[in-house]
Write a protein that binds this ligand. Structure first.
Ligand code: HEC
Ligand code: HEC
Ligand code: HEC
Length: 438
């Protein structure tokens, strides 16, 4: 799959690039009123959190926003850049127009095209006024760091950047967010955040042959319908029951984004970082707006025959009466039931429920496998400071045992999701560099 996409991207990029052949900078248009008003750096700091600039631009243990974080793309790793006000390595010399050009068109003042690993495809939706505040924050409040940038690990000729102009022509729509009068002010605020700064689709929308998000405007049912990332599975955020958020209430979404957990579920992997660095810092009004917007998204699946979740006590009865003798159930009873309970329901806000949980039921089983192998630690948030943790099991069970356990969890208590194979477990174990059973 990876080889195929590399080949496809290579063909598109090289052929397309020859055709495009343009190195000219796209023009930016800025509302003169927004230009006249001074930017508000304090609001800019809030917006930088909403946009989670930190997640990609701050390396572990590194200076804030000094870049150097590797991001995997189908062509090789790309490193985020220094966006502190340092004049030599950062954006200290950039005008507001330069900043707008990078944020909306993915082009730097020297005409260098950025890889879309920088989500300018979402940030293009951000208003002039919000970009002005972000610019004020980055140029006035962030400390300058002299850290030089790291070149991408992409081999020649794929590392030539001019073909990205062609990619942009085909895949990038640089239009601003347009509010929809058919919906409430709150819905529009939620749509603006989700599609724009919060760039939820970067992870939650499936990608096409050019590695582009298949929908960035929320117009089709593929928008936020769930995706595959190596070693995790950003779930379907649409109205599907079971695999999506169809059974969640607005308050469930707000609680998850604010505290990393709610009555049924808890965040793991990359979503834990989103909560820690970004969504826990958003105002209640903005989190509500996001929830209102997500709850308005229709189910991705039009398959009326798709099995809806229906609680079923057969699993519990089998466990209680000593009839749960297969490998998967036995491991569950030994290693999982103490916390997640025999009925799979866990304990509200402490141990997530494994019944009717989108990240257990997701078509792509990587999140479930990753959690079993590596364990997980809930992010510590201001409103729920005690971090709860799940222990890792990579060294205790082999690939086949983990596959049988995962298959059991995906089919117990009324869950209906496909079986997990030992090959899936092997792949995730290798990707995460985890040890084998001792
Ligand atoms: C998903 C990861 C990701 C997020 C989130 C992200 N960036 Fe980036 N950004 C990158 C990467 C990667 C690059 C470098 C791309 C390249 O070199 O082609 C980059 C480049 C940039 C550049 C160009 C800098 C230069 O010197 O070339 C600017 C400006 C920038 N980002 C600003 C921001 C701001 C502001 C935010 C938050 C609103 C943000 N980015 C969020 C990944 C990200
Ligand atoms: C960096 C990638 C990334 C970004 C950006 C991201 N998510 Fe996620 N999200 C994930 C992954 C991976 C999962 C699956 C793991 C899990 O369930 O916690 C997930 C899970 C979720 C869940 C279900 C949690 C559960 O326990 O079932 C919700 C709700 C969610 N994300 C909402 C959002 C919203 C809203 C945004 C934008 C504000 C967003 N996500 C942005 C990666 C991401
Ligand atoms: C010591 C208590 C404990 C044990 C034992 C335990 N877990 Fe967990 N589990 C947790 C906690 C706490 C979380 C939330 C962690 C997080 O979200 O980062 C969690 C999260 C999960 C999740 C993610 C749920 C979601 O909403 O995304 C899954 C799946 C899971 N556990 C499955 C299992 C399985 C299968 C076993 C047995 C191999 C197991 N757990 C054993 C405490 C435990």
């Amino acid at each position: 799959m990876r080889k195929l996409s590399v080949a496809l991207v290579a063909v598109v990029v090289v052929v397309g690039g020859l055709w495009a052949g343009s190195r000219s900078k796209p023009a930016v248009t800025i509302d003169p009123q927004a230009l006249a008003a001074p930017g508000n750096a304090a609001r800019g700091e809030y917006l930088a959190r909403a946009g989670d600039c930190m997640a990609c631009h701050t390396a572990k243990g590194g200076a804030p926003f000094a870049g150097g974080v590797p991001l995997a793309t189908p062509l090789g790793a790309v490193y985020s850049t220094n966006i502190t006000p340092d004049k030599a390595h950062g954006i200290g010399d950039w005008s507001f127009d330069d900043f707008v050009l990078a944020m909306r068109e993915g082009v730097t003042p020297k005409g260098r095209h950025l890889y879309p690993a920088m989500p300018y495809t979402s940030y293009a939706k951000v208003s002039d006024a919000d970009l002005k505040d972000l610019y004020a924050y980055f140029t006035n409040q962030v400390a300058a760091s002299p850290q030089p940038n790291t070149p991408a690990d992409i081999p020649w000729p794929l590392n030539l950047r001019w073909p990205l102009a062609y990619w942009n022509r085909v895949f990038h729509d640089d239009a601003r967010f347009k509010s929809d009068d058919a919906h409430s002010v709150e819905w529009n605020r939620g749509a603006y955040l989700v599609q724009g700064l919060a760039h939820c689709g970067t992870c939650h929308t499936p990608r096409g042959v050019g590695f582009q998000e298949v929908d960035l405007s929320g117009l089709s049912v593929r928008y936020l319908s769930g995706a595959k990332i190596d070693g995790s599975a950003p779930v379907n955020l649409r109205g599907d029951k079971g695999v999506g958020l169809g059974d969640w209430k607005e308050e469930d979404i707000v609680a998850l984004l604010k505290t990393g957990r709610n009555a049924h579920s808890a965040v793991t992997g990359p979503m834990g970082e989103v909560v820690e660095h970004s969504t826990q810092h958003l105002s209640d009004a903005d989190l509500h707006a996001i929830a209102v917007y997500l709850k308005s998204l229709t189910p991705a699946s039009t398959d009326a025959a798709a099995p809806a979740y229906k609680a079923d006590d057969a699993t519990l009865t089998a466990i209680m009466t000593g009839h749960a003798n297969d490998v998967g159930s036995r491991i569950y009873i030994d290693s999982c039931a103490a916390c997640h309970r025999q009925n799979g329901e866990g304990a509200a806000r402490v141990f997530p429920s494994l019944a009717n949980n989108p990240s257990v039921l997701a078509e792509h089983p990587d999140s479930l496998i990753a959690v079993i192998l590596a364990g997980s630690r809930l992010p510590s948030t201001a409103s729920a400071p005690a971090p709860l943790a799940m222990p890792p099991f990579a060294w205790r069970y082999d690939d086949d045992e983990v596959a049988q356990l995962a298959t059991f969890v995906r089919s117990a208590w009324g869950n209906h999701a496909s079986a997990v194979s030992a090959d899936d477990v092997k792949r995730v174990r290798a990707q995460m560099g985890l040890e084998a059973k001792r």
